[in-house]
Design a protein around this ligand. Sequence first.
Ligand SMILES: Cc1cc2nc3c(=O)[nH]c(=O)nc-3n(C[C@H](O)[C@H](O)[C@H](O)COP(=O)(O)OP(=O)(O)OC[C@H]3O[C@@H](n4cnc5c(N)ncnc54)[C@H](O)[C@@H]3O)c2cc1C
Length: 339
Amino acid sequence: MRNETPASSTAPALPTPGLIAELERICPGGVVQGLPLAQVSRWRIGGPADLVLRPGSLAELAALRAFFHREGLPHLVIGATTNLLFSDRGLRPACIQIDRRMAGIEAVSPTGIAAEAGAWAPRVARVAMQMGLTGAEHICGIPGTIGGLVCMNGGSQRKGIGTALVEAVTVDPTGEIGLRRAEDCGFAYRRSVFQENGEVVAAARLRFTPVAEAGRTRSEVRREMLKIMADRRGKFPQKEPNCGSVFKSNPAMYDDIGPPGAAIERLGFKGRRIGGALCSPHHANFVVNTGGATARDTLALITEIRDAVLAATGYTMEVEARYVAQDGTFSEALLPAAD
Ligand SMILES: Cc1cc2nc3c(=O)[nH]c(=O)nc-3n(C[C@H](O)[C@H](O)[C@H](O)COP(=O)(O)OP(=O)(O)OC[C@H]3O[C@@H](n4cnc5c(N)ncnc54)[C@H](O)[C@@H]3O)c2cc1C
């Protein structure tokens, strides 16, 4: 997966005072140095990120990317980190984090919503419900940004956000702003073109169905959302930091032997621990940080589980969580992995 600039430029961004001053000019109030990922990332794992930039607008995002392109400085883009495992050594390249500073949500037509990439997915689902629309219920419990959700084509109940996307406002690695229509986004199960093409999603234009057209009412949709959230609270570990399901569901495996969690549980992995990383006794497809887990512990446990399921069933489970090495490259969260 590549949400970083092409690997031709591999020199780390050195946060010199001159560089910081220039970035402060481009992205005022959004420059953070030495961010401890073990304190702020969703899994509470990772060394320090040398430089994090949180743009407050599309213009700032485009200007940041254009600047890095001109200067030949590598960078990567992240959202709320709910699908990411960071290296114990932290992050050397600059990291653009699209989050609360770019999180507007707006009704643009009776069935259309425009959401900036940092908008919280559950908030978008709530706005859709309040507008009398159905189709966003499945994202009401997913704790990520709309940009991350579009990149991952995330969703639940076997759905993906791609089916609701009309078009994405994008910023390419040179800082050029563009529009990409849904049919050109390469959506497949938990996949999109944004995992490969270096473009960043700056905003998403989404369309949902009026409840009446679907033969439903707004209060039914609201009740369904409450039920989805209650089910998730009951099913998923709530206390220890985690990144949601570690392994993707695979339709052939599902029909044959069930979802990843069931296959892992049958092999007795619930409660298996490596260092601070634990296969959750609550749900076997979750690896939780019980305190002080390292990326190495977590990668080792995920790899052990993947290998054991392969040996027992013949199915290679694909890892949904992404590992971010200190040079900013993304890969499946499995060993062997770069530092
Ligand atoms: C408790 C829990 C439950 C979860 N349940 C689900 C679920 O039911 N279904 C599901 O699909 N996922 C689920 N997830 C995983 C995660 O929430 C989703 O993948 C989410 O969409 C990721 O959003 P994010 O903002 O955290 O992205 P990040 O984790 O920060 O990034 C994920 C990927 O998206 C890229 N990215 C982020 N923002 C952008 C952008 N603006 N433009 C381009 N690329 C971008 C990053 O480079 C990275 O490759 C769950 C996670 C947790 C912790």
